[in-house]
Design a protein around this ligand. Sequence first.
Ligand SMILES: *[C@@H]1O[C@H](CO)[C@@H](O)[C@H](O)[C@H]1NC(C)=O
Ligand SMILES: *[C@@H]1O[C@H](CO)[C@@H](O)[C@H](O)[C@H]1NC(C)=O
Length: 342
Amino acid sequence: MILLGLILLSLLQYNSVDADGTVPDQVHISFTGDMTEMAVTWNTFEPASQYVVYKKVGTAIQATAFESSEKWVYGGITRYRHTATMTKLEYATEYEYNIAGRSFTFKTLPKDPQSYKVCVFGDLGYWHGNSTESIIKHGLAGDFDFIVHLGDIAYDLHTDNGRVGDNYLNTFEPLISKIPYMVIAGNHEDDLQNFTNYQKRFSVPRNGHNDNQFYSFDLGPVHWVGVSTENYGYYYSYGMQPVLTQYDWLKKDLAAANANRAARPWIFTFQHRPFYCSNLNSAECQSFENRLIVGLKCAAFPQQARTKSRGAGSRPSRDLDLDTTVSIYVRFVWKFWTLTVN
Ligand SMILES: *[C@@H]1O[C@H](CO)[C@@H](O)[C@H](O)[C@H]1NC(C)=O
Ligand SMILES: *[C@@H]1O[C@H](CO)[C@@H](O)[C@H](O)[C@H]1NC(C)=O
């Protein structure tokens, strides 16, 4: 009885917060590839026509970013994904933005920054969330400028009909509504519906296949490239076409970046699985899916013979070749790593 009373009370409290399912939740921001823009993505459980009102902190002139929204269904739960892009932002400027009565702030980076910090981690969830508190604390303290999450998000985004993904994004909302959150899919993002939860919950630069599986963006001295290693692991479920599409795109993207080395000397790729294994975690490195990504590795690292590898055990491993191409992956580390570019 007491238990029932408590459950009813918590349902009532929940309902009073979001009685009609239109309160925006899971609010997060991400780069679009144009550093005078910022994408905002959020969720509602009922249809709602919402928009983002934003302005420089301390000023009165407001701008409005209209959203596009899309209904998606997983495990019998209907969600509405909303996304809007704030444009014409000034560099190194603090903005505040408001969505249906909820307010957030973020700060843009300086123009063409030659020095910045990135928080890199993989395999972090609502479960296995050992570093969550520390990441949020350091991020809010301004210890890094954006986040790269190398797959295996939430454990899993789709678990419990997607409620684990909702909880995960709400837990991180205080940070990722403020600091751009850049993601790439890991094997745990396969939700038996062709990565639907991953596709619908995030926004990334649209220069890949216009989905979230691969993309690139430039920031200061680095051309960043996110690729899916899971197109390989799941080809038997979803076909070879995603592998071929990504491979063709990657060759062109890297050729263009390579021709631009004078302006942007570094290329960083990031993906869920390692291209090279330089640590003792050999079972992980020799798994069937890991061996499939050899084509991807050759596109990114044509001069394999000159590659030096570092890293051991559960520390992040880093593979660096003499052409200043770096491949970043982190697996099975419930710790995060701050990468300083300068
Ligand atoms: C991290 O959390 C997992 C459970 O989610 C636990 O098995 C593991 O021991 C924890 N690791 C550390 C270093 O606390
Ligand atoms: C899975 O999604 C990709 C886009 O990310 C698409 O190219 C592919 O055709 C889809 N496969 C299936 C079986 O739906």
